[in-house]
Design a protein around this ligand. Structure first.
Ligand SMILES: [Zn+2]
Length: 387
């Protein structure tokens, strides 16, 4: 019942509209227009107040459409994110055979406009054909690419307390992602003591030396990059180092930002704590002639919590059944990146993540596979209307 030309048209329209994280108002406007054109009542569609909680100049909150059911069954949630990565700036989508690709040197934004096109196509068919359906909620989030911000701040009451969720953010329509990593984001402010680097360097405490000793210790202990201790695994990275003003001045301030990830919350704590303790030890180890040492201010925010759903949970089973009915072989996977589903699961909505044809996300080689996109649309329709 999905008309290919309509579904592809929605995707092409969506790919043309920019939507950097925090600047999603233009794409949200287009999605709202399309929802209304698909037959949604204006009163079903609204923004939440997530942007007020995020701050940082976010233009709009998450866009939510709540459809009343025509059959009595628990509410189902479908979600996708509206924002695209900076590499998509200026992207112009063109069709090339069975793919949609960027015309010049940009990413495409198939991550995650394939999801939005897919959910619009699903709703269009449901309302046009008057297909029986349980109450449905569509959630289009903001700020996913910069730390799942919209999903973090969404309120389950605004979603109508759905019983299960289907998040779209992937390629292969037969793959069901049932778990994802958790992550910490940290900031280390390293304070030293400044002194003239040529006249009295011994009076100074170098923040640069402290930072480098700390990093060396983290790496020596095996907590840098790819981390493996017995059966426990994770990753860590230092993403930014800033500091220093002049070559003739002992560096008195360095600020480092980093992240740590693991599927195991206790091991994630261990990786992050290894950074904290290495910085503290390094600060204590660097002293000037007066015996003064530097100091550390280490702050951590749990970016999102890891999750892993049971293979026999009803939402996983349901996705598997519908994929099988389409003649595909479902496979289960665990993601090493965060997903909006991390927060939806944390908030008590068991949510799997599915694919609708996005590939090579965040690269110049990004493309959308039209065949997979149409299968994703078909699967969404089946999941939304199955009794
Ligand atoms: Zn994505």
């Amino acid at each position: 019942m999905i008309k290919s030309s309509r579904a592809i048209g929605h995707l092409m329209d969506l790919l043309k509209v920019p939507g950097p994280s925090g600047g999603e108002s233009a794409v949200a406007r287009l999605v709202t227009e399309k929802l209304i054109a698909c037959g949604c009542k204006k009163t079903w569609v609204r923004h939440d107040a997530a942007h007020n909680k995020i701050g940082e100049g976010y233009e709009v909150g998450n866009l939510i459409a709540r459809l009343p059911g025509t059959i009595k069954a628990p509410r189902r949630l479908f979600s996708g994110h509206m924002d695209t990565v900076p590499l998509c700036r200026g992207a112009v989508p063109v069709r090339r055979g069975d793919r949609i690709v960027p015309r010049s040197k940009t990413a495409l934004g198939g991550d995650n406009r394939t999801a939005i096109g897919c959910l619009l196509s699903m709703i269009e068919v449901i309302l046009r054909e008057r297909l029986p359906h349980p109450p449905l909620t569509l959630l289009f989030t903001v700020g996913e690419e910069v730390g799942l911000k919209g999903a973090r701040h969404v309120r389950t009451a605004d979603l109508g307390k759905p019983a299960m969720g289907f998040n779209y953010d992937g390629g292969n329509p037969a793959r069901i992602t049932i778990g994802a990593t958790g992550a910490d984001r940290w900031k280390a402010e390293v304070s030293g003591i400044s002194a003239h680097a040529g006249v009295h360097p011994e009076d100074g405490v170098s923040a640069a030396l402290i930072a480098s000793r700390a990093i060396t210790e983290v790496a020596t202990k095996g907590f840098f990059g790819s981390v493996r201790k017995g059966k426990k695994t994770g990753t860590s990275n230092i993403g930014s180092i800033q500091g220093g003003e002049a070559t003739n001045q002992v560096t008195d301030l360095m600020v480092l930002y980093g992240e740590c990830r693991s599927h195991d919350p206790a091991f994630l704590d261990r990786i992050t704590n290894s950074y904290r303790s290495s910085f503290e030890r390094a600060a204590a180890s660097v002293k000037n002639t007066a015996g003064e040492s530097g100091s550390i201010r280490f702050t951590v925010a749990r970016d999102y919590h890891s999750f892993e759903m049971k293979k026999d949970s009803s939402v996983v089973r349901r996705a598997e059944e519908e994929i099988e009915k389409m003649g595909l072989t479902p496979s289960l996977s665990i993601s090493n990146g965060g997903l909006d589903a991390n927060w939806l699961n944390s908030k008590g909505i068991p949510t799997v993540t599915l694919g609708a044809g996005q590939h090579n996300a965040h690269t110049l080689k990004e493309y959308a596979d039209i065949g997979e996109y149409l299968l994703g649309c078909k699967l969404a329709l089946a999941l939304a209307t199955a009794p």
